[in-house]
Design a protein. Structure first.
Lengths: 466, 112
């Protein structure tokens, strides 16, 4: 997340001039005329940026529902599809309320390097006026609601790890606590004003995370692993069949994720700028090569290129390019995606089975592994040819990653990764302990066999009789 | 009267139905079922996890015919359903004690 705002071009000024009737009366006074022109240019840029950012916010919400809900829903057995979709959907509701009350303030209030303060409690002072600390051309309310969509999808990603066996009430309490303890601090450290890892706001360890490789994918993926290990395997896993019940649904979900990701990454430019285009291109390219990487790896190993492999690869590529999307050129994006396809393929199909944990929908193998890979590779391929928002002492664009000759950035990235891993492991473990001790995490064995749709929600996803 | 129960390959259903109508069968009941005989299933792989699928989709046809029709119906069934390969499944024949038409209470062959 950074602040790259192209100044109003001559075309925008002219357009503004044509649209501003007051210019006629101010024609005699050059100073007043300049002021009017400036105001018109600003208003034109603000309109363009705001249109793109509201669109992006909607695209990011589309990733959770229906994107992730369908992707995950198709991968579970049919007795659990509603419960699985409900978990993602509930995040859309409950995290929104949490965000409105205190979340935005804890993430983006200035506060300390590790957590925001309460200045925006109940969205106090968050209105149409821009907040120049984050996005100087759009209403702060746009920035606030855009960031909310990230806070929604992050816990929703974790639900893949404990799908098919967790109580709904436990899931709800876990997610509220998790967002408070893990997400808000991490978002603040990376993107908040004065955040510990925020390279663009004087952070002590200047790390780059354009759209959430650490904040979203490492935190959710690593927490998912902790959940899978703590909660334990599903009844009958891996002996009896837990094969996906509808890859058709998963396919639609994955394609919606791909499209929504343009809002996630290109939107993180926080303006309808050239940087947004660059991030859009990098995002798309990485998804493409990652899909091919996974598909070919599977083709070579199993003799068949699978649909699930192709779509899983695309998601892995989108995850890995997320931190890098606003910093890298198109060719490195192709490479990052391809590597992500291979690494996540290995994590999910080989390492998981060797280690024996039951991360039901591979939230760790895709988001934890892909996010870590992407965050580290950002330190290699980030270049000021793409993003010149960071200036050195002389005011020139600073060298960003290894390709700019700034080797130390890899260390900064590694520290960011380590903090995200550490916070996720410790935070998730403590919260699981609390929820386990109070309301209990799992449904009973009998309930699990019957299926969560009926047991938890009193409904069935597919009723053939009606 | 005899009940003829045939398990066939799903893709043969249309051919078999046409052949049965041509052979004079008035009514059939069709269900989608799963099973296997000597033919074994296949393997599916999802993210490196292999699943053995032993029970394959088949179609089951049930019809009750007059004793005199049993032979021609079985002939028609075999001719239409056979591919000559393993997995063509089987025809079962069983005696039927009584048939009653629910609408008007007709019984026996008249109800067929």
């Amino acid at each position: 997340m950074n602040k790259f705002f192209p100044q109003g071009s001559a075309v925008v000024c002219l357009l503004g001039a044509l649209l501003l009737p007051t210019l006629a009366c101010a024609a005699d006074d050059p100073a007043a005329r300049m002021d009017a022109l400036e105001a018109a240019a600003k208003s034109a840029q603000s309109a363009g940026d705001n249109a793109w950012m509201l669109t992006s916010a909607a695209l990011v919400l589309l990733m959770t529902g229906p994107g992730l809900a369908l992707f995950y829903g198709g991968l579970v057995r049919k007795k659990n599809i509603l419960a699985t979709m409900m978990q993602s959907f509930t995040m859309m509701a409950v995290i929104t309320v949490l965000w409105a009350i205190v979340g935005y303030s804890l993430a983006f209030g200035a506060g300390s390097p590790f957590l925001g303060d309460l200045r925006y409690l109940f969205l106090n002072g968050v209105g149409a006026a821009p907040n120049a600390d984050y996005a100087g051309t759009i209403p702060q309310q746009t920035f606030m609601v855009y960031q909310l969509m990230f806070a929604i999808i992050t816990p929703a990603l974790i639900t893949g790890a404990f799908a098919e066996r967790m109580k709904f009430s436990a899931m709800l309490l876990f997610m509220i606590l998790w967002t408070l303890v893990v997400y808000f601090p991490m978002a603040h450290m990376v993107w908040g004003k004065g955040g510990f890892l925020n390279a663009f706001s004087g952070g002590a360890v200047p790390s780059f995370d354009f759209a959430g490789g650490t904040v979203v994918h490492i935190t959710s993926g690593v927490s998912a692993l902790v959940c899978a290990l703590y909660i334990g395997k599903r009844v009958g896993y891996p002996e009896s069949s837990t094969a996906p019940h509808s890859l058709v649904l998963s396919f639609i979900g994955a394609c919606l994720l791909w499209v929504g990701w343009f809002g996630f990454n290109a939107g993180s430019a926080l303006a309808a700028s050239g940087l947004a285009t660059s991030a859009f291109v990098a995002t798309h390219f990485a998804a493409a090569t990652a899909a091919l990487g996974w598909m070919f790896a599977e083709w070579i190993e199993n003799g068949k290129p699978s649909v699930l492999g192709g779509i899983s690869g695309a998601v892995a590529g989108l995850v890995a390019i997320t931190p890098a999307s606003g910093f890298v050129k198109p060719m490195p994006a192709l490479l990052i995606g391809f590597l992500a396809g291979l690494v996540c393929y290995f994590m999910v199909t080989v390492l998981k089975h060797k280690l024996g944990y039951d991360d039901t929908l591979d939230a760790f193998g895709v988001h934890g592994a892909g996010g870590t890979l992407g965050a580290l590779l950002t330190g290699v391929f980030a270049t000021n040819a793409v993003n010149d928002a960071l200036k050195d002492a002389s005011g020139k664009p600073a060298a960003l990653g290894l390709v700019d000759g700034h080797t130390a950035q890899i260390v900064n990235q590694a520290i960011g990764v380590a903090i995200a891993w550490g916070l996720a492991i410790v935070g998730t473990f403590i919260i699981l302990k609390i929820v386990d001790a109070t309301i209990g995490l799992r449904v009973t064995k009998e309930q699990e066999i019957e299926g969560l749709d009926l047991v938890l929600h009193g409904e069935e996803g597919y009723t053939m009789e009606s | 009267m005899k009940k003829i129960e045939a398990i066939i390959q799903p893709f043969k259903l249309e051919e078999v139905k046409t052949a049965l109508i041509a052979a004079g069968v008035e009514g059939i009941t069709v269900s989608e079922v799963r099973g296997h005989g000597r033919q074994k299933g296949h393997t599916e792989v999802y993210r490196g996890h292999e699943y053995r699928v032993d029970l394959l989709p088949k179609v089951k046809l049930e019809m009750v015919v007059a004793d005199s029709s049993v032979s021609p119906v079985i002939e028609a069934l075999r001719a239409a359903a056979s591919t000559g390969k393993i997995g063509d499944e089987k025809i079962f024949v069983a005696p039927i004690e009584e048939v009653i038409r629910i609408r008007n209470g007709e019984i026996g062959e008249a109800a067929l």
